[in-house]
Design a protein around this ligand. Structure first.
Ligand code: B12
Length: 424
């Protein structure tokens, strides 16, 4: 009894944070996790985020993970050999995924290359330097701060701490509110920056004060974006935010957040395997900082390969969607065009856009790039967004920014969707 009474005092002395219980799904919620893992296993294209998510889960399909690793290694070699686009954040995710498979990303056997090996660690250092140079000269990274954070995180997890200037840039960016898109703080970016800085903090003795202060500032900002139901930012930033908070032992009612996520899984909100891959680590009580702690030899092969789900046919009942495309930026002549599209209930916004294009190609023609998240709209009416000017097509329903891409979002009857050429 006496010992029990001492416990709260001891907790205070040690810092309550140290004693916070680890938070993850319950046994009954595990079926939802398995559902997500199945969506991820069915992904065919090489995708480091998917493999990383699968490796941080507690159940495994060993042959499928091995095949994904091989595909990833071959894909990295091909990208380097053929000089294909390979952004810094992408290289960082490849490194993290390989580490999570207990493989060294700096020694990938590559008989195709003259050196005989591919050193992704070295490549990442080079890519990060290019990002830093762009910050120096242009005031913004080549890609974005989400990727710079991934770079610092992956290098730190590989024990490469020669990233002091990058850490400084991340700290400056956090202090100067540079993690925002269109004026609102990107919880995803803040969360990955916290993970990167936490890795640096844990690897440096004594932990640098400015790093600790920035972690504290960012975790407070992330917490300010916690909604009453437990979602942090939006559904798709919540997983990364949970990782950032948990690795810093911030108490944020984690089980309430899990309660908010679980029903969304069966409702289909995480059917995009990318979304699944980013929420899995937190549901399993893990973070990207665990990639070097995994014991691959101890994995059990206990996740059967799923059958491909058949797609449900669309309902015959048509719905009307109002679709507007707008440009007010001075880079091009202003325009605003609206069309009403009649389409089957359950169609995606992409289907609406295709039909609008068919009805009036001059005004509604568009192009997409296929990314890991699905189709990313690059142009409408011939007007292209670009990384250099930080312009893109932003999608809203009424005045609310869509939290899904055009390939996943399913408009309702009478909904008014706008695509507005915007700056980020
Ligand atoms: C940076 C970023 C952007 C930038 C990308 C440009 C740039 N140069 O940085 C901008 C501001 C343009 C952007 C736009 C959008 N984004 Co965004 N974006 C991100 C963020 C923070 C990081 C992406 C990244 O660099 N990943 C790392 C690299 C290595 O991976 P990558 O696959 O190569 O990254 C590219 C693609 O992800 C692509 N991209 C970025 N966002 C989106 C969204 C969709 C739907 C698609 C298909 C592709 C895509 O741009 C990246 C850089 O080239 C993620 C956060 C996250 N949790 O992943 C959100 C995120 C991916 N975006 C999201 C959304 C919803 C959008 C928009 C649809 C928002 C809107 N209402 O219009 C638009 C896309 C509209 C379109 N034109 O099709 C969601 C996707 C959720 C989901 N379930 O689909 C995320 C997860 C943010 C969130 N928590 O809501 N985004």
């Amino acid at each position: 009894m006496a010992a029990l009474r001492i416990l709260p005092v001891l907790a205070l002395l040690l810092g309550v944070a140290e004693l916070l219980p680890q938070c993850s799904v319950t046994e009954t919620q595990m079926k939802d996790v398995t559902y997500l893992l199945n969506q991820m296993l069915l992904t065919k294209d090489p995708n480091p985020s998917i493999l990383l998510g699968l490796r941080l889960a507690s159940k495994h399909n060993i042959p499928a993970e091995k095949k994904m690793l091989k595909n990833l290694q071959e894909d990295a070699i091909k990208k380097v050999q053929e000089g294909l686009p390979f952004s810094s954040g992408s290289v960082a995710l490849y490194c993290l995924a390989m580490q999570a498979c207990c493989e060294d990303p700096s020694h990938i056997a590559a008989p195709e290359l003259s050196e005989g090996i591919l050193d992704l660690g070295q490549l990442l250092e080079k890519k990060l330097n290019e990002e830093l140079h762009s910050i120096e000269t242009e005031g913004f990274p080549l890609t974005n701060y989400y990727q710079v954070s991934l770079d610092v995180l992956a290098l730190c997890m590989m024990g490469k701490l020669g990233t002091e200037s990058a850490v400084k840039k991340l700290i400056e960016a956090a202090e100067n509110d540079k993690f925002s898109y269109g004026g609102s703080f990107s919880v995803d970016t803040g969360a990955v920056a916290v993970l990167a800085l936490t890795c640096v903090k844990l690897s440096t003795k004594p932990p640098p004060e400015d790093v600790q202060n920035t972690i504290q500032q960012l975790t407070s900002t992330i917490l300010e974006h916690r909604q009453e139901n437990g979602v942090i930012g939006n559904l798709y930033s919540t997983g990364l935010a949970m990782q950032a908070l948990s690795v810093n032992q911030v108490d944020y009612s984690c089980s309430q957040t899990i309660q908010a996520i679980i029903p969304q899984i069966s409702a289909g909100a995480f059917d995009n395997p990318m979304a699944a891959s980013q929420i899995i680590p937190s549901l399993e009580g893990r973070s990207y900082l665990d990639v070097t702690k995994l014991n691959c030899a101890a994995d059990q092969d206990n996740l059967p390969f799923p059958k491909q789900a058949s797609s449900t046919p669309l309902a015959d009942k048509p719905i009307n969607v109002i679709y507007t495309v707008v440009n007010n930026l001075p880079v091009w002549e202003p325009f605003r065009d609206t069309i009403t599209v009649s389409i089957s209930k359950g169609s995606t916004l992409l289907d609406v856009m295709k039909k609008a294009e068919k009805m009036s190609p001059d005004k509604f023609r568009f192009t997409v790039d296929i990314s890991n998240w699905g189709p990313f709209v690059t142009s409408i009416q011939g007007l292209y967004g670009n990384d250099k000017d930080h312009t893109y097509w932003h999608f809203t329903s009424g005045s609310v920014s869509l939290a899904l891409g055009v390939g996943s979002y399913k408009p309702l009857d009478g909904e008014h969707i706008s695509a507005t050429f915007s700056k980020y």
